[in-house]
Design a protein. Sequence first.
Length: 629
Amino acid sequence: MVENDTQTVSENVQILQPDTLDVRKGEINTLNKYVGYKLKETTPAIIPDKIATGETIKVYYVIDENQRKDLSYTIEYYKDGILQPEETKEVSINVQLLKPDTIPVDKAEMVLSGKYVGYRLEKTSPSEIPTIANNGDVIRIYYVKDQFNYTVEYYYDGQIDNTKTDVFTATYNDVITEYADKNIFGYRLEKTEKLPLKVTEKPEDNVIKVYYIVDDGNTKTLSYKVEYYMDGVLQEGDTQTEYKTVQILQPDTLNVDKSKINLVDKYVGYKLEKTEPNSIPDVATTGDVYKVYYVKDTFGYIVEYYYEGQLKEEKTESLSALYDVMIDTYPNKDEGKYYVDYTENFPMKISENTNNNVIKVHYEKRLSTITVHYYCDNMNDSDKVTNAGNGTTGGSESKNKKVSISQDIVIEDKVDTVHKISEATDISEKYILVSKPEKEEITMTVESQEFEYIYRLKETKVIVNFINQLTGEILATDIIKGQVDDMYHAVPKDMPGFGFKHDEIPENEIGKMTMEPITVNFYYQPSPQGEPPVAAVTPAEKHNFKGQGPATGDSIVIVSMAIVVAIIAININQGKILKVNTKDLLKGGKRVRKERIVGKHHTAKRPTRVARMEKTSRIEKSCKRQRKH
């Protein structure tokens, strides 16, 4: 709150007038009361026309960021005291109106060294660059010409005499027109180079050369030779002979120009081995020979290994070999599951450029196979025929051979590739899966892999009912258990007090087991009182059929020695007499087979039973042939 700007409005009214005043809105500044500020709000939000005595109208102002001003300072550069107006730079900023009239100084905006070639910083004004400048300040930077060396070299017969060399100092851009004459007896001035000389910022360019030569026509020629050897073999074409003509009275020596003797890189791929003498002298006697020996250098090379197109840097081999050697081997890193698809730059001759000494070995993963078999492990069991009634399963014991029941799946792919295997989709529903691989997501390995899905024929059964034909009562039931496609043979059995109806043998007494249970019904009639029951026919034991219970086809009779009379049974249905041979019955209590003398009706039915058994035999043989194929 700005107390000094508080306005109080008072009015004197008759005592009975209401305690309200008219608001003088024209005296309330809601626009631009303060410089740099703007109206934020009033309380109340809308200034009323009338207000109760004692009430306060509040007007709130906040800083107005849109009210701004520009601040700046100037940087001026001077060369030898002369302002360089084109280099003048103004640094400015824009700030809120209420901010102070100062600006931070950015020294990065100033060049305090090397701004002008050949000049150096002399001073600044102020002498110390401030960190804060006032609006309108000027910072002046003064440069003056710098001092640089120049050299005068003296040459005699082309050879520099370093002892005579002079070094002087002069101001940048000064022009040097004189030098000290250092001629010696018997010589004369030949020429000068870089005279006059304009002093530059580069001392190496500030060189005046003065050349003297012998002033006598009676001269002699001196020389020395430099021979170069590669791996001990003289390179005659590279022999250097250096000559020097001197006045006849001069000694037979000459300076060796070592700059012309290559002791570093005369031959690509070679390095200096030695010189003869061990150290090249500065002065040679005419006729001297200097020998420089080079031998092959050693250079690095690398072998990079790429797997499936990707470089594995950790596998890279860094090796070295002599220059020009042919590299025709490299460390094998196939990891047992890769093979070399191709190589780059192999074999490789070592060069002096190590960037070119790179062998690239590209590996691809080996191919492998996964074979999936679909087997049934009890196919031989289906060759056994269930024989009801005689208590035998017959046939040789099962060998549990594994027989393929679907096309093998063969997957060929790269090692480490993951493939999913699964059950076959074309397996008959009569099979049930009993065994499969522990894992069905298989990773290809270097070695071929084989997996098996094992099936078995489903369990099933044949229900054999023995029924009283007159009442429909089921006298007994046998269950033949087996598997789908097993052959079975249901046979009637002796039922006490009943005779088997031979003329009503069911069509399905012999057959092949199916997924759904099969029911075979045998019908019996009650035997007349006092008449022995009609015996059921026993199937031939050679038929190895599955049966429904213990053997009952053979009627076993314990004949007492006291029985001496023949039992005569009258066949009520056929009107025939069934005879029993008493001699066969009196066998000392031994078990004997009863012989039935049947009438024409029974005689006619016998071939039917035999024909069915022969048909069964043919079915068995046919099933076996099918399984073999």
